[in-house]
Design a protein around this ligand. Sequence first.
Ligand code: GAL
Length: 634
Amino acid sequence: MKRALGTCYYPEQWPRELWEADARRMVEAGLTWVRIGEFGWSRLEPRPGEFAFEWLDQAINVLGSAGLKVKLGTPTVAPPRWLVNKHPDMIALDRDGRPRKFGSRRHYCFSHEGYAEECARIVEILARRYGGHPLIAAWQTDNEYGCHDTILSYSDAARHAFQDWLNARYSTVEALNQAWGNVFWSMDYRAFDEIDLPNLTVTEPNPAHELAFRRFSSDQVVRFNRRQVEIIRRHSSAPISHNYMGRVTDFDHFKVGNDLDIATWDSYPLGFLEDRVGAPPDRQRHFARQGDPDFQAFHHDLYRAVGNGRWWVMEQQPGPVNWAPANPAPLPGMVRLWTWEAFAHGAEAVCYFRWRQAPFGQEQLHAGLLRPDNADAPALAEARQVADELKSAPDVPVGLAPVALVFDYDAGFAWAAQPHGQGLSYFQLVFDTYRALRRLGLSIDILPPTTEDFGAYKLVVAPGLMHVPEALKRRLSEASGTVVLGPRTGARGVDFDIPVPLPPDWPDLDVTVNRVESLRGDMPVALEGGGAVTLYREELEGSADVVLRLEEGGAPVAMRSSNMIYLGAWLDAPGFERLFTPLAAAAGLEVHRLPDGVRVRDAGGQRFWLNYGAEPVGTPAGWLDVAGVLQETL
Ligand code: GAL
């Protein structure tokens, strides 16, 4: 597989005279892909039913004839003003019931049938016109579902659709009352149309209600996306993708991904650092111009799974962005490092956002490959360098990693429905676990909960699976490698009830969680031998062997029976290291004690060393400069 580079381009934002030169310069820089169209609705259909396709026809021809492959986006992320005037109730409402008004983007509710029909209409028109076009090589649906917190909508349209969804799921309202435990606080309903959305309640809503609403909202995204995919497929055989975001867990990406050919995601390493990574301030400062050393890799591995092996970086940060709390410039070389890191994790393509910095609109302060005056911005030379390097670099086979980490969006919904303490987020737990494994130099495959067979993995780690369907329980129990479960494995039934027998209720593992507590962030509880429990702890009892225990009192923290380990706590970094180091060694895995900021990724017979640190550093493969990348053939 030849790895490729590309960019995101908005012909409608630039004078026609620039297009030829832009296309030529893209090709000269070694780019092969260009994505267009996803924000073009107001210029494609300036008034209801009145179309203007000439500019898009021309843009596709100019770009395609220059030798670029064109990915065409459907424009449904940004419905024009006239459309909102026509359907004023298509606007999503936030949790406080406030409208998310026109004037930026993503101002729609996934449940509004009128808007869904408008989307189907514009997608049908585009797919008919361009579906057979020889220069259209791929499609993108919409843009970043869930960005700007846009999955959960508390509109009337959502309420009606939720009631229908509940009716289909529970059949009778009595069954729903029973499943949710609505006898508690006299919350029984007599009919589905009495059930409101779980916002604006006096105190927290029933977590079963909240969980159902999150599952429903996720299904609405799957439906919305599927509708576009079915239309495009009727007219085109080109692959269809969607560009996901970093740390968006409000919908099940695996389910959306099953309808698509390729998963892509938008990687903004410096933009994400402050409010998505969850690292302490001193680490953020240390990595301010490089990005977190694990955050990009985590999403590369996640979206490789979401795309069933096929994935891209659709938008790669090329310089300072405009939207984070602080927006520094990357260290020289980081754009190249980020690009190579994506290839090391199996990306088919990396595209830079955006071609030229726009001197107008919300993103004026967002760098591109070109400056607003058309001169080269610093990232262009780094992109060109990667394009040159790709010509002679050995190809990167993806291969199988030795470690599997299970990621389950439904568990994320359950953690969000009732976290039981500040900072208790499923994403953060899985990400902390991932980081701990990577600090030991391990390469990881992230897997969906529907994985049929874990047999290929020496170590399978499945933290936080709040509800474990029987099939998943069986498949994890059958794994031949070492399996690490918990905390919160099987802590709730499908409708958020505490199950009896008490969790984890796992075959051949005599461990019972008899009580749980959440901890303040500033009250770590020390482990015997080093490391600590943070944020959350379970009291464990049973006859399984103790693997980790508390320093004071000696209570068990992790217990083991043959290849199954139950971890009853959220550990800090040294705690995770104490748990994983002997397990990895016993599983025959090569463990590296990596310097801070250095990461390793094995892909087939290739090993990549990457330096996110602010200092050059020696590695077994040689000297790694700041922003350095080394590729070894094993
Ligand atoms: C992404 C989005 C792009 C652009 C970019 C700026 O989230 O898909 O359209 O807004 O961020 O960094």
